[in-house]
Design a protein around this ligand. Sequence first.
Ligand SMILES: N[C@@H](CCC(=O)N[C@@H](CS)C(=O)NCC(=O)O)C(=O)O
Length: 325
Amino acid sequence: MARSALDEMSDSGAFNRSPSTFRNFISRDQASQFPAESGRYHLYISYACPWASRCLAFLNIKGLEKAISFTSVKPIWGRTKETDDHMGWVFPVSSTEEPGAESDPLNGARSIRELYELASSNYSGKYTVPVLWDKKLKTIVNNESSEIIHMLNSEFNDIAENAALDLYPAHLQNQIDEVNEWVYEAINNGVYRCGFAKKQGPYEEAAMKLYQALDNCEEILSKQRYICGNTLTVADIRLFVTLIRFDEVYAVHFKCNKKLLREYPNLFNYTKDIFQIPGMRSTVNMEHIKRHYYGSHPSINPFGIIPFGPNIDYSSPHDRERFGP
Ligand SMILES: N[C@@H](CCC(=O)N[C@@H](CS)C(=O)NCC(=O)O)C(=O)O
């Protein structure tokens, strides 16, 4: 089994992401194994990681900051154990070492790998973030962000300060699922398929699909404020986490350079619009994002040089209010 995303390569040189393994669910049903409770769960993230950032976004916009605590690891991968050479997410030794990152407040772990080893003695997969941790049972509830965001959206409504906000409303679910599918394939995972390809053919195929999907988004967003209509949904948060990293990282590091995000007027303004939603801004730590990607993949960027641009200001005015509030 792959021990890091950089090992997930098929013989044809294409990147193939393997599935997550801890798949339990927190439920509003208080009799369940993992009931929604204030103070019981902790989210381990990296600000660099788009999958983890979408969980933090849900935590913030649902108003769960007091109910669920979180910790970010350091942006640059380090040795996760002294006895082998695995590289992965590590915690700082003190909170002053790396602004934004903190040492593990619950288990004193030095790496995300240690958390997986605490949760399971025979785990042999990747040590990914996000990790949704149960403080009571001292185990991982779930490490699949697409599921974590749904738990945060619907299961904590007795505790959430913003319980009325439903980012997966029943009447839009089919449409959201459909959009999520092609956005994941071609955009969220598509940028990785461009960046991690080891042969020209798989790179070009991924890049072509990516730009077809971005053109499609641009077209949709020229007619409506959000990707599934004029209501903010889970599909927007999922799209946003890739778009916000696009010009700063993916355009250069993952060779997604046919067109920049800022050359798409609707997509660019849309990204600013989502960034400016209360609770979203603090989920974007561009320092961590840039240092992670450019610094953690030596096979792609051997000297770890971080490009100094473009430093886009996503808090500047946008034109999306033309579609109404
Ligand atoms: N399916 C997972 C994917 C998470 C994922 O791939 N996280 C990356 C960071 S962006 C990671 O932790 N990689 C560690 C590694 O590859 O060793 C999810 O969406 O939660």
